[in-house]
Design a protein around this ligand. Structure first.
Ligand code: SAH
Ligand code: SF4
Length: 357
């Protein structure tokens, strides 16, 4: 099985060509075919010699994902389920906004963090995606636009699909460099957001990268007691350690950070928690934005329900009163298994069922 060439940054591809006795500038030619003209066969790369095409064909694939399911919602959201070369399934979601087209990508097959409310964590991680498989999700969605001959492009990316991106750090970084490169898709760093459950050592590493890519932290609770109950990662990286790493990131980047807060009915949605959250963020108010997320219920986690609109609005008001920037995330694709990991777990169940006649 060959990996996709999409996984190489332009620098890595230049080095690869040199190691293989070719000229460096071949990398720029190949990138133009891949990301500007967007061909899917090496043989279509007309300005390369036969030898060079053969070398590429023997070493890499371009496409490695097979579209298994495509669900379109009435609000324009499209959910893609892709089968990887090894048979595993992953999800990618296209969301349409006034400001552009945003794609939510998956970084791992399953997730080991095991948050108690999440559909992705139901299935243990079987492997990390390689960088090519992450980039290809974007290319497949872009191909959907290209096939419809629309002049549309993927303009935004959220790394919020299945998996914990900071548990697949090197591939994540390569992915970010590929999609952000001016020579390729040129998706602006400020249009990309990476979400983490709070792997503290990686937050320090990420701060040191000096990227302009946005960071979102899944905070979900303001105290160790409550956070550990719903996210067991909090036992390894408790709130105060997490906050220290965030302070370091803010100091280094001076960029605004987003805190995601899932609203779970009667669990973390009281005004008392809003006040505690406001206190926690007090010293970084000017660089914080709290995104309140209505919970998408998951069949296997029936102990959790979505908060009532009244509770969400009271929580929001309490944060605002304390001067915290916040908003309520608008639900996308409500009619199509939109919650993180849901489509995948349903499809896996379907495939496991014995065939009925
Ligand atoms: N593993 C990373 C990124 C993927 S999850 C993380 O946890 O941050 C992206 C976001 O979706 C996280 O904030 C996560 O808590 C949230 N999420 C997971 N399951 C959800 C559900 N059923 N409803 C709403 N949001 C959910
Ligand atoms: Fe993994 Fe994120 Fe789901 Fe937690 S919320 S189980 S970290 S994907």
């Amino acid at each position: 099985m060959k990996n996709s060439i999409y996984g190489l940054t332009i620098e890595q591809l230049k080095d690869w060509f040199v190691e293989n006795g070719q000229k460096k500038y071949r990398a720029e030619q190949v990138w133009d075919w891949l990301y500007i003209k967007r061909v899917t066969e090496f043989s279509e790369m007309k300005n390369l010699s036969k030898d060079c095409i053969e070398l590429l064909e023997n070493s890499f694939a371009i496409r490695t994902l097979d579209q298994a399911v495509k669900q379109e919602s009435s609000d324009g959201t499209i959910k893609f389920l892709f089968r990887l070369q090894d048979g595993n399934l992953i999800e990618t979601v296209l969301m349409r906004f006034k400001y552009g087209n945003s794609v939510c990508v998956t970084t791992q097959v399953g997730c080991n963090i095991g948050c108690s409310f999440c559909a992705s964590g139901l299935l243990k991680k079987s492997r990390d995606l390689n960088a090519g498989e992450i980039v290809e999700q974007i290319m497949q969605v872009q191909a959907h636009f290209d096939a419809e001959q629309k002049e549309e492009r993927v303009s935004h990316i959220v790394v919020m699909g299945i998996g914990e991106p900071f548990d697949n750090y090197t591939n994540l970084m390569d992915f970010l460099h590929v999609v952000n490169s001016q020579k390729g898709l040129a998706i602006g760093a400020r249009h990309i957001t990476v979400s983490t459950s709070g792997i503290v050592p990686k937050i320090y590493d990420y701060a040191d990268e000096g990227l302009q890519v946005n960071l979102a932290i899944s905070i979900h609770a303001p105290t160790n007691e409550l956070r550990s109950r719903i996210m067991k990662i909090n036992k390894a990286y408790p709130v105060e350690k997490l906050m220290d790493s965030i302070d370091y990131y803010l100091e280094k980047s001076n960029r605004r950070i987003t805190f995601e807060y899932i609203m779970l009915r009667d669990v973390n949605d009281h005004v008392e928690e809003a006040n505690k959250l406001a206190k926690l963020l007090e010293n970084k108010r000017h660089l914080s934005y709290v995104n309140l997320i209505p919970y998408n219920s998951v069949d296997e986690h029936d102990q959790y329900q979505q908060s009532t609109p009244e509770a969400i609005s009271a929580f929001y008001d309490a944060l605002k009163k304390k001067g915290i920037n916040c908003g309520v995330r608008h639900e996308q694709g409500a009619d199509i298994d939109a919650a993180c990991g849901q489509l995948r777990s349903k499809q896996i169940k379907k495939e496991k069922k014995p065939a009925t006649v």
